[in-house]
Design a binder for this molecule. Structure first.
Ligand SMILES: C[S@@+](CC[C@H](N)C(=O)[O-])C[C@H]1O[C@@H](n2cnc3c(N)ncnc32)[C@H](O)[C@@H]1O
Length: 186
């Protein structure tokens, strides 16, 4: 990773709690997953100020892929993310989508129809609605990852049960950061 990007990530970690950013080890995990699996199309729900997006887009700069990232806070966080993406030099790998998921999820009639990785990091009680829209839009061996699977276990129980019922996915919870629920398309 370029020192400029490493330094930017370090500077953003100071305000991690203010912007509800993922932990550094979660960023590293997502970055390594994308590079090792050669994932190209990634959708993130919950951009905040772009911290996780930089980890995702840095990996996509190696796989020549692209990140689509949705943020509903248009007063502040959406614009802070635009600035941080510019500072990272990774803007060309990123499309920011303003709006509230699930409505703001790009339709399957547009490109990309399917994703290699979808990262859920927004309002917990809405995850089932994201899942319903996206479960058939994951490429084979692609992954849906949800943050806070351990820290917000109770809020995510119903969603996790719903995913576990689906025979097309195999899932696990890993103690990375606040806990990652990982569901891989068989
Ligand atoms: C936990 S923070 C995301 C942190 C970010 N992924 C990171 O680690 O840098 C959640 C963000 O999702 C946004 N959000 C919440 N519900 C949303 C929704 N339904 N659609 C889009 N964004 C949403 C919030 O405004 C907030 O900025």
């Amino acid at each position: 990773m370029l020192p400029r990007i490493q330094n930017l990530l370090k500077s953003l970690e100071v305000t991690r709690e203010t912007f509800w950013n993922i932990h550094e080890e979660t960023g590293k995990f997502l970055n390594l997953l994308i590079v090792s699996q050669k994932y190209k199309t990634v959708l993130e729900i919950g951009t905040s100020n772009g911290y996780s997006g930089i980890w995702l887009a840095e990996a996509l700069s190696h796989t020549k892929g692209h990140l689509y990232t949705i943020e509903s806070n248009l007063k502040l966080r959406f614009h802070l993310a635009t600035e941080n993406f510019k500072k990272s030099g990774l803007s060309k790998y990123i499309t920011q989508i303003p709006g509230h998921a699930p409505q703001a999820i790009p339709p399957s009639t547009a490109k990309p129809k399917k994703f290699d990785l979808v990262f859920f990091d927004a309002t917990k009680h809405e995850h089932i609605s994201y899942w319903k829209l996206l479960k058939n839009r994951i490429n084979k061996s692609g992954t849906i990852i949800t943050d806070n699977a351990i820290s917000h276990k109770k809020e995510l129980t119903q969603f996790i049960k719903e995913v576990q019922k689906n025979k097309n996915f195999t899932s696990v919870i890993l103690p990375v950061g606040t806990g990652l629920f990982i569901a891989i398309k068989n």
